[in-house]
Ligand binder design. Structure first.
Ligand SMILES: C[S@@+](CC[C@H](N)C(=O)[O-])C[C@H]1O[C@@H](n2cnc3c(N)ncnc32)[C@H](O)[C@@H]1O
Length: 292
């Protein structure tokens, strides 16, 4: 592949691959600014190739020939914001990711809730904030369903939200490659079944037992949250890594206000916030409890 020399900053030249589309510093800076404005996503200078590769797809889809044209299109067509955010967001996830959270959730959240269900009216709410393609909320649902059984007297719901409408569509379909069963511990595999019971099928589907516990909604965490009730537990994992310190701190404050006193907050392994928060107790690896 031929390469050209690109000036990143005065005096610093970086060798970079010849590109299909011209991509200037001004293009990069402008798209970085928009990712921050629309989604709170903070992209450092090291994300130049990522921005180019992901947004190039939009240029091809729209048959545009330069990033300059794309920027103009984006500023004149508000609906393109959604496609831009979908392209720029990172959606990597899997079932039972950071499985210690689900052991904790089962033992210290679900089981005690069930023991007191008569007293607390049987209302149980969990939020998977930044749920991507759904592996996280379906994992929560499988853990919850295994403990509650058919639990018809309980009012248990998982709200699963993401800013990215493409991943939400996939999540709502409940269809996953059969290979992803490898990530699911045996006791939970029955909640994922091949279509028509065909054991050699390439896909499995989340069963109604767990689907019925989840509501998927689009939500930008930077916006006002359209709910008032508080949650027993919030999972916001591997989402805040994309935000800067100020955004993350304000989000943690807002999460605390949305968790019941004594409720739980699970965050990603690389996201533990430095310093303490007066209303949160660290009770385990990236597991926090709102003080009762
Ligand atoms: C890496 S995935 C994490 C998925 C899952 N929570 C996990 O830990 O496996 C991060 C998700 O955060 C979402 N996200 C990024 N910025 C967001 C925002 N401002 N509001 C809501 N979701 C956002 C992305 O679309 C993406 O699906």
């Amino acid at each position: 592949m031929s390469r050209s020399v690109h000036n990143v900053a005065p005096g610093i030249a970086v060798d970079e691959p010849e590109r299909e589309f011209t991509f200037s510093d001004a293009d990069f800076r402008n798209l970085v600014q928009l990712a921050y404005e629309y989604a709170g996503i903070a992209l450092s200078d090291t994300k130049r190739n990522l921005v180019y590769t992901r947004v190039s797809r939009r240029l091809r889809a729209l048959r545009l020939s330069s990033f300059r044209e794309y920027r103009a299109y984006l500023s004149e067509n508000a609906p393109e914001r959604e496609n831009f955010v979908n392209a720029i967001s990172t959606n990597l996830t899997r079932f039972f990711r950071e499985s210690h959270h689900f052991e904790h959730f089962s033992r210290h959240v679900v089981v005690p809730f069930l023991a007191g269900a008569q007293r607390n009216g049987g209302r149980f709410r969990v939020w998977s904030a930044g749920c991507s393609t759904g592996e996280e909320p379906y994992t929560i649902a499988a853990v919850l369903r295994r403990e509650i059984g058919d639990g018809c007297r309980l009012d248990a719901r998982i709200l699963a939200t993401d800013i990215d409408t493409d991943v939400l569509r996939k999540a709502a379909s409940g269809e996953y490659p059969a290979k992803s069963l490898d990530d699911i511990p045996r006791p939970y595999r029955d909640y994922f079944q091949p279509a028509d019971g065909n054991r050699n099928a390439a896909s499995v589907f989340a069963t109604e037992d767990i689907r019925s516990l989840i509501v998927f909604r689009q939500l930008n965490l930077m916006d006002r949250w359209p709910f008032q009730g508080k949650f027993d537990a919030i999972f916001c994992r591997n989402v805040m890594i994309y935000f800067d310190a100020a955004t993350k701190a304000s989000l943690i404050d807002r999460f605390i206000q949305s968790i019941k006193p004594g409720g739980w907050l699970y965050i990603g392994h690389s996201e533990s916030f430095h310093g303490t928060h007066p209303e949160l107790q660290l009770v385990g690896r990236t597991t926090y409890r709102r003080k009762p």
